[in-house]
Ligand binder design. Structure first.
Ligand code: PLP
Length: 456
């Protein structure tokens, strides 16, 4: 393959997501050609351990013939038909049933979408519609968290709390507010500005403080105006932020007190990432709605959805009339067939239990040894998500100056060494395929250590 020719065409015609177009034009792309298991291969013959499972999605790893077969069979049988009005098809129905069986027992309906962003758009419309049908049309505000990611559509980015996205986004969807994220290392331990000004209290008090910030926001907006709170069980794209143990129980209490719906964005945490089918189960939450995507099909084909709890579903069904919302690819038959096969394989291979009982604890044991590195202020992991906080001064936990872009440097070095890690500022994150072996985790940790050495 002529790598340079591809690079040139890419430069001339292809605008990449989340990319500085000009800088990419100067540097040129890495061209990934094929993949197997946990490894991707590029056009220059490198084999790279993909510790991000693509974008947190290739949970069963690359090259699963069973998924290819499921897609091929369905493509021949019925490559497309929609689920609008009275129509449906076997893959959508079977997938809906399988998902509701795996979901918490109060969730018995699913609305399909083509992606996680579309799922969160759907959530926004559903919660506002729910309260209107309940005779509380003023309950329109949705509260999310700062530095959260809920997608790139206008509603997704509005729900998300990513400051750089808001800065470029133009007018956002009205009546969405953001509250403090439970990011102990970055905003608790390091102080609000990450300036090394350590708080006098520990992570548990900080977790309760973040829940209190949610309560204060509900009071400020007025309980009668607040529809829902949306959050990931553990913030993924924000930096693999594991909330203090005190956080979710305190949030749960607040939401119950003010009659505010809970929406869990399970786009990353769903389907085994935290060692349960859903992150909500790990944190003992009973969400009213859950957004899903990514791991639903192990990323082989695009599909997402919203799992709807009985409380909201009953109102939408009994009193709602037509729900005027949906996508051409809602419940696409080929995507649904692959997702169904993906769930069957996960069950047959005990993937979720494996993450919980074996490979998750093993990653924790190995990954946290990196905390000893002079560049690392904290190494954390839960299930198969991990993060390293890079710091300039380990003793006082001081960050590097932002313009040094140390995280990006470490990311690029690790890629050159044969490991995909992602950087969020100076937080390095991993989210490997759930089928990763112990030996591959050893290799991952060795390569991450080598990347840290070279970055230092
Ligand atoms: N929600 C979360 C938590 C995500 O991480 C993502 C994507 O990274 C999305 C929503 C958006 O999903 P998609 O990119 O499929 O639209």
């Amino acid at each position: 393959m002529n790598t340079e020719a591809y690079r040139q065409l890419d430069r001339e015609h292809h605008l990449h997501p989340f990319t500085d177009f000009k800088a990419l034009g100067e540097e040129g792309s890495r061209i990934v050609t094929h993949a197997k298991g946990v490894y991707i291969h590029d056009s220059e013959g490198h084999r790279i351990l993909d510790a991000m499972a693509g974008l947190w999605c290739v949970n069963l790893g690359y090259g699963r013939e069973e998924l290819v077969e499921a897609a091929t069979v369905q493509l021949r049988e019925l490559p497309y038909y929609n689920n609008f009005f009275k129509s449906t098809h076997p893959p959508a129905v079977k997938l809906a049933e399988a998902l509701c069986r795996l979901a918490p027992s109060h969730m018995n309906r699913v609305f399909f979408t083509g992606s996680g962003s579309e799922a969160n758009d759907t959530v926004l419309r559903m919660v506002r519609r729910y309260w209107t049908l309940e005779g509380k049309p003023d309950k329109q505000w949705v509260i999310a968290r700062e530095n959260s990611y809920h997608g790139s559509t206008v509603a997704g980015m509005s729900l998300g709390g990513m400051a750089p996205m808001h800065a470029q986004g133009g007018p956002t969807v009205p009546k969405i507010a953001h509250v403090r994220q439970p990011y102990w290392f970055g905003e608790g331990r390091l102080g609000e500005g990450g300036d090394g000004e350590e708080r006098r209290f520990g992570p548990e008090a900080f977790g309760r403080e973040c829940a209190a910030a949610l309560e204060a926001k509900i009071q400020e907006l007025g309980e009668e105006n607040v529809a829902a709170f949306i959050a990931e069980p553990l913030q993924g794209a924000g930096g693999a932020i594991i909330p203090p143990a005190s956080y979710w129980p305190a949030v749960k209490e607040v939401l119950a007190r003010y009659n505010v719906l809970l929406v869990m964005d399970e786009v990353i945490c769903g389907f085994g990432r935290l060692g349960e089918w859903f992150g909500s189960v790990y944190y003992d939450l009973e969400p009213d709605l859950m957004s899903i995507a990514k791991g639903l099909s192990s990323g082989y084909l695009p599909i997402g959805g919203v799992l709807v709890g009985d409380r909201v579903a009953e109102t939408l069904i009994e009193r709602g009339g037509e729900f005027v919302h949906g996508f051409t690819y809602s419940g696409h038959p080929v995507c649904a067939a692959v997702a169904l096969k993906n769930l069957e394989l996960m069950q047959a291979e005990g993937i979720v239990e494996r993450v919980r009982e074996d490979i998750g604890p093993y990653l924790f044991e190995r990954w946290t040894t990196l905390a000893e590195h002079p560049l690392v202020g904290e190494a954390r992991s839960l299930g198969l998500v991990g993060a390293l906080e890079l710091v300039a001064d380990k003793t006082h936990g001081k960050r590097f100056a932002k313009d040094l872009a140390v995280g990006n440097l470490c990311r690029d070095i690790s890629f050159d060494l044969g490991l995909v890690m992602r950087s969020v500022g100076d937080t390095m994150i991993i989210s490997p395929p759930l089928v990763i072996t112990r030996a591959e985790i050893d290799e991952l940790v060795r390569l991450a250590g080598a990347a840290l050495d070279e970055t230092a």
